[in-house]
Design a protein. Structure first.
Length: 580
């Protein structure tokens, strides 16, 4: 938020760089497509807090670190959230005569005039850091549950579902201001929390709202039963569904878009004993597609994938349970392959991310537009690369394999527990072994594990109980051998209890969970000549796994232990996902 001239002046005064070095840093930041501030913080030339403290001294205004100050709700809401977001300012303290504001824009006269007029108080202006301000702005969202209680207390006259007759009353209720506010804040809160799903579950006496954050469901709030009918009607209107249909499941979608985000919501209604349960899947359409390196692939696995996606034909399969990040992996690969020289077409259910220059089709079983029908039609569209959302049946599998044989690169997903288990699954579907052996290039199996919060990470040694549990589930000697080969452990014979592992203690940044974000653990099986011969012989999963290990394939568990030993995830997470 500071201009280049100010940053330069601070760095030169503090003798942290010379003029020549500064110009070089500026060019590097531009080349990396980063702001100058972020680049300097990343290179550890200066910390964010030091830079802003020095900027405050330079402008002769006080500095405040908002991260250490709890803000009362009534003071925070002196400035409405939209203004706080737009003007990068929050009110954090107040007396009878003064109000203290923390800002990134101390010269914003327009906002300061507004605050003085509305509060009739003298302003005390403090400079803060962008990250501290961001945390303070999140407090608007954290006070939502209290707001929900206020809204529903004031509107006890919201009628029960049994009192309605027909669409008209329901539509009027859905357009009632408190109901709109409840639903809007519920959706916005989920976006700010980076939730992947919202579950709205009716119980006998109330309604539970849960968010899935980093793969784990978490209770967020409890609403009174009286709010249920209005919420259901409001979400049905947003998703263009039938308001008076309560007995049958319904599916729909809608979008929320503003300057900060563009999020698509997939909506599913299903009748349950106490009403209708709603699940909304959030798909961030403005989210940047990551590179393969960012997804967490090890170097050897990356090389195999990069080699195989350069092949003009054949099949690349990604496998794992629902919610294991398969689609993200496929989109990342598509993003690498996406160029003006190739025609890429997909058939998906649903289209989760919109990608420029890629022809994406949404299946619709109601009109018989299935994966198989869509794939058959795509082959008449002169494609070079095809992505099939999922191979669910023999017909789709046959068309995909024949497309891979006839000069197309085919990407798809399957639900199996490991890379090697994918081969017998295809054979069980009824695909000839020679076709699987000749068309499959590479199989990626994956799970998602939560990452340790880097703000509260701490090291520890394993307890005898955990070691006993690990030795009961995994071949720990082989895992330690792998860690030694990868130079992660120096002594292959080191005792497990002496090895350092990591976990998060829990802090405000991670909501006291110890985790922030997710990363993949993978096994990448390349179909070499040796594996092809085993497929032709219809070898078992154990035999295929043994051959894969002989050609140095890292298993998912080994990849997980590498990430746990490097402080990326925890042993508990490896244990959790290995049971899937």
């Amino acid at each position: 938020m500071l201009n280049t001239k100010t940053i330069k002046s601070i760095l030169l005064n503090q003798q942290l760089t010379t003029e020549e070095e500064f110009e070089s840093l500026k060019k590097q930041a531009k080349k990396n497509k980063q702001s100058l501030e972020d680049f300097l913080f990343g290179k550890k030339i200066i910390t964010e807090e030091s830079l802003y403290q020095l900027a405050a001294q330079k402008d002769n205004i006080p500095f405040v670190n908002l991260k250490e100050i709890p803000i009362r709700k009534d003071i925070l809401f002196t400035l409405p959230e939209p203004l706080a977001q737009t003007h990068h300012t929050v009110c954090f303290d107040s007396t009878d005569n003064t109000i203290k504001i923390a800002t990134l824009e101390p010269n914003d006269i327009q906002l300061q005039d507004f605050l003085q007029k509305t509060t009739d108080k003298k302003l005390e202006i403090y400079l803060t850091t962008p990250s501290a301000l961001e945390e303070a702005l999140k407090q608007y969202q954290k006070s939502l549950e209290a707001e929900f209680k206020d809204i529903t207390k004031k509107d006890k006259d919201i009628p029960d579902e049994s009192e309605f007759d027909g669409n008209k009353d329901l539509k009027e209720l859905a357009e009632d201001l408190p109901v709109i506010r409840i639903v809007d804040t519920l959706l916005e809160y989920a976006i700010y929390e980076n939730a992947s799903d919202i579950h709205i579950e009716p119980l006998e006496k109330n309604v539970i709202v849960r968010y899935r954050i980093d793969g784990i469901l978490r209770d967020v709030m409890t609403l009174p039963k009286s709010a249920q009918t209005g919420i259901i009607a409001r979400i049905k209107i947003l998703a263009d569904l039938k308001l008076d249909e309560h007995r049958l499941p319904q599916d729909g979608r809608f979008k929320i878009e503003n300057e900060s985000y563009k999020v698509a919501f997939r909506v599913s209604f299903i009748p349950v004993y106490d009403g209708e349960k709603i699940v909304l899947r959030l798909l961030n359409e403005s989210g940047q597609i990551l590179g393969l390196e960012d997804l967490g692939f090890q170097k050897s696995a990356l090389e195999i994938i990069k080699t195989n996606i350069k092949k003009p034909h054949g099949m690349l399969l990604v496998t794992g349970p629902t919610g294991s990040g398969k689609t993200t992996t496929l989109y990342t690969i598509l993003n690498i392959l996406n160029s003006p020289e190739v025609n890429i077409a997909t058939v998906e259910d649903p289209i989760e991310y919109r990608m420029q220059r890629i022809n994406q089709s949404q299946i619709n079983p109601k009109i018989n537009f299935t994966f198989a029908a869509g794939l058959r039609s795509l082959l008449r569209q002169d494609p070079d690369i095809i992505m099939v959302g999922e191979i669910r049946d023999l017909e789709t599998a046959e068309i995909a394999i024949h497309a891979a044989m006839t000069g197309h690169l085919v990407l798809s997903t399957l639900h199996t527990n490991s890379a090697a288990a994918t081969i017998p699954r295809l054979l069980d579907m009824g695909i000839a072994a020679f076709l699987v052996a000749s068309t499959t290039n590479v199989i990626i199996a994956q799970r998602l594990v939560r990452k340790i919060c880097q703000e509260c990470i701490t090291s520890y040694n394993l307890t005898p109980e955990i070691i006993k549990d690990l030795e009961g589930q995994f071949e720990m000697e082989k895992i330690i051998e792998t860690l030694t080969k990868k130079d992660i452990v120096s002594d292959q014979h080191a005792a497990l209890e002496k090895l350092l592992f990591y976990k998060g203690k829990g802090c405000k940044k991670c909501n006291n969970t110890g985790y922030k974000g997710r990363i993949g653990i993978y096994e990448v099986l390349e179909i070499t000549e040796k594996i092809s011969k085993l497929i032709m012989k219809k070898a078992s999963v154990a035999e295929l796994n043994q051959a894969a290990k002989e050609q140095n394939m890292l298993t998912m568990i080994e990849d997980g232990f590498i990430k746990a030993k490097n402080g990326i995830t925890t042993i508990e997470e490896i244990l959790r996902v290995s049971k899937q």
